[in-house]
Design a protein around this ligand. Sequence first.
Ligand SMILES: O=C(O)[C@@H](CO)OP(=O)(O)O
Length: 247
Amino acid sequence: MSIGTLVLLRHGESEWNASNQFTGWVDVHLTEKGVGEGKRAGELLVENDVLPDVVFTSVLRRAISTANLALDVAERHWIPVVRDWRLNERHYGSLQGLNKAQTKDKYGDEQFMLWRRSYDTPPPPIEVGSEFAQDGDPRYAGIDVPTTECLLDVVKRMIPYWESTIVPELRAGKTVLVAAHGNSLRALVKHLDGISDADIAALNIPTGIPLRYDLDDDLLPTNPGGTYLDPEAAAAGAAAVANQGGK
Ligand SMILES: O=C(O)[C@@H](CO)OP(=O)(O)O
């Protein structure tokens, strides 16, 4: 059987995307625009005839809601769903809740970009028990909840999960939707496309636009970089993510 189709979907615009705040593991809602993006993602799945057989999401509502909205529009609301914290956004440490533009002004461009896009420099850890920390959250019972993560930390939790749990569904020939986050999807795309630790800094994933990957038997993309189902909107969305902090 040939390898199934992989579709990656970053959640639609969240309340903290709109207010330009570092989000990480904080469980914020979608904005109205984000809800519209989720529905539009469903239309794109239908228009391009990529109808998921199974969906994987993080345990954060912005990804869960986006997947629900898209699958409802695509009449695939009934497919099996698997949720796992390993698909969560990167934990942003003590930056969670801070405004990106103010953080950039306070610490300067270089430090800001190091925290935001370097591969192996995590932001300072969040204080346990503080307002935007996740210790004590019942959904993470039994998990050693991080207090900060760099992209390398996300790769370390994400790729073993990809290999053990998502790949078997693809090998069974299924169309698999992964609804997750900017940085958890950057970790997966880095792995799929073999992007270097340095080059991954320049890659940004727009909200709410399905990204299709066709994989060969070795799980290498036959369409390197993937194919956005709305390439124009994706280019504009990725540029907007890259410029966050500039406002
Ligand atoms: O705040 C975050 O959690 C992420 C995604 O929104 O932001 P950034 O793109 O700055 O890594």
